[in-house]
Structure formats: structure tokens, C-alpha cells
Design a protein around this ligand. Structure first.
Ligand SMILES: [Zn+2]
Length: 267
């Protein structure tokens, strides 16, 4: 019986295909375009998760990244972030410098360092990536390798595994609009000698900050902020980490419910 059913089904399918193929080439092109699209999507979706957390995400038990970040669970697969945040944006900080006369000058994404051994100079490349969804989630990571492309990949992977959720709000007394366009209170972050101080600003101010801090704040979903930086800010790696630490410290303060309402805090 089952074989007969199958035969009928295949016959029907064939007829359908014949019927559909008469408008011909234009529909075929559309079908191919769709297949390519699906394949691209499936490449992300069909990744075989190996860890327990990954399997929970794939089965649909965990649907939001906040469930992972809130419980402080350890992520080991960067694909989890890709899966849970489809509109993830990435950017690189300008931590390097181009070679040339008079010390080169132009800032580059890739940082090139050398170790002089008895035989030769050994080159290493490093890059620093920032990932975020422009909605309160941000990650930062640094990768170092013998080749620049590998260093970039490593940095992206580490940034995804290093994601945090940040508190946003409006802590400016000039604004008091109760929407999460800025930060709820003044904070400080440190890395090496660099100290970054971020201050809430009213709507329309934009970023009154250094260029590399802009990248991080933009991907975090903050729009208006004043800042002050101290220390050796030419060391861009430390500047990036100091900003990240400042944003991280936002969630280390516990705020009263009535206060958080008046500050318009997002979480
Ligand atoms: Zn405001």
C-alpha cells in the first residue's frame, strides 16, 4: 500500500513540476535566487551545536540572549550569538598604524608587531572587534595571529563570547525624558593607565567623545553622552577596554525601582 501511495505522490509531484515549468526561465531564476538565500540562512541555522547550552538554543528552549546573560551562563560557541541576534553588527577599532616615513601615521584596523630573534623578525598581527545589536548588548574582543585575516576572525569570535547586557536610561537633569537614549548615571572605567568617564547628556547632544569610543557606544545603542579620558589614550586597546569596563560597571549598581522608573532605565 505504502509503495502505491508513494508512486501516486511522485506522479502528482511530476505533474506539478511540468505545470509549473511552462512559464519557464523567469520563475527558474527566482527559484535559484530563493535557494541561494535559503542556503545562506541555513548555513547559520544548520550549524550543529555541540554544547548543552547550544543544544538548548537550537531546540528553542532559550529564545532570548538575556536568559543567558542574566543567569551568567558560560557560552563556548559564538554561533549562539549569531543564532539569537540576527541583526548583529560588527566593527573594528583602529588600534594599529600604517608603516612609512616619519613613523607612518594613518590609523589602521590591524596592529603589526615584531619580535626580533637571532634568525629573523617574527611578525604578529592583532585586531580588536566590537559586536552589538544597538539595543543594549555589546561585546569586545582582541585577536592575535600570524596573519591579519585570522586575527580578525579570532577577534570577532572572542567579542561574541564576551557579550554583556548594559543598562541604559536618561540620567541628565537637563532632559529627564525617561527614555533610554543615554546612560542612567555617571560611570568610570579603567584599563592600564587609561580612565574613561562617561556622563549622561540630554537628547540631541550626540557623542562628545573620542572616535574609538563612538564605535562602542553606537553599537551598544546609546545616542547621547559626554566623556572625559585620562592617561595614555594613544594606546587604543586600553581605551577600548576602559570604555567597555565603564559600560560593564553600569550593571554592578543596584537601583531602587522608583529610581529606575524616574531614570527611564531599560532593564
Ligand atoms: Zn533624556
Amino acid at each position: 500500500m505504502e509503495n502505491k501511495v508513494d508512486e501516486v505522490k511522485t506522479a502528482v509531484a511530476k505533474e506539478e513540476i511540468v505545470g509549473a515549468s511552462q512559464p519557464v526561465e523567469e520563475s527558474a531564476k527566482a527559484v535559484i535566487a530563493e535557494e541561494v538565500k535559503n542556503a545562506r540562512q541555513e548555513k547559520r541555522i544548520d550549524y550543529r551545536f555541540k554544547t548543552d547550552l547550544g543544544l538548548k538554543v537550537a531546540s528553542g528552549e532559550i529564545k532570548d540572549i538575556d536568559e543567558i546573560l542574566g543567569k551568567n551562563l558560560k557560552m563556548l560557541e559564538p554561533q549562539i550569538v549569531d543564532y539569537l541576534i540576527p541583526g548583529l553588527e560588527t566593527d573594528f577599532l583602529f588600534i594599529g598604524q600604517s608603516k612609512g616615513k616619519l613613523g607612518g601615521g594613518k590609523r589602521r584596523i590591524i596592529r603589526n608587531t615584531q619580535k626580533v630573534t637571532a634568525k629573523a623578525k617574527r611578525q604578529h598581527f592583532s585586531a580588536m572587534a566590537v559586536v552589538g545589536d544597538k539595543n543594549g548588548h555589546i561585546g569586545i574582543g582582541k585577536g592575535r595571529a600570524l596573519e591579519s585575516v585570522v586575527a580578525k576572525d579570532k577577534a570577532l569570535k572572542k567579542a561574541k563570547l564576551n557579550m554583556i547586557a548594559i543598562k541604559r536610561g536618561c540620567g541628565s537633569w537637563e532632559c529627564a525624558c525617561k527614555t533610554p537614549h543615554s546612560i542612567p548615571f555617571k560611570i568610570k572605567g579603567k584599563c592600564g593607565s587609561v580612565i574613561v568617564t562617561l556622563t549622561p547628556a540630554p537628547k540631541g547632544i550626540g557623542f562628545c567623545v573620542a572616535d574609538d569610543i563612538k564605535t562602542i557606544l553606537r553599537l551598544a545603542g546609546i545616542k547621547d553622552v559626554w566623556s572625559r579620558v585620562d592617561g595614555q589614550t594613544h594606546t587604543r586597546i586600553n581605551l577600548g577596554y576602559a570604555t567597555f569596563n565603564a559600560l560593564k560597571s553600569l550593571s554592578s549598581y543596584s537601583v531602587l525601582k522608583s529610581e529606575s522608573e524616574s531614570l527611564g532605565m531599560s532593564m
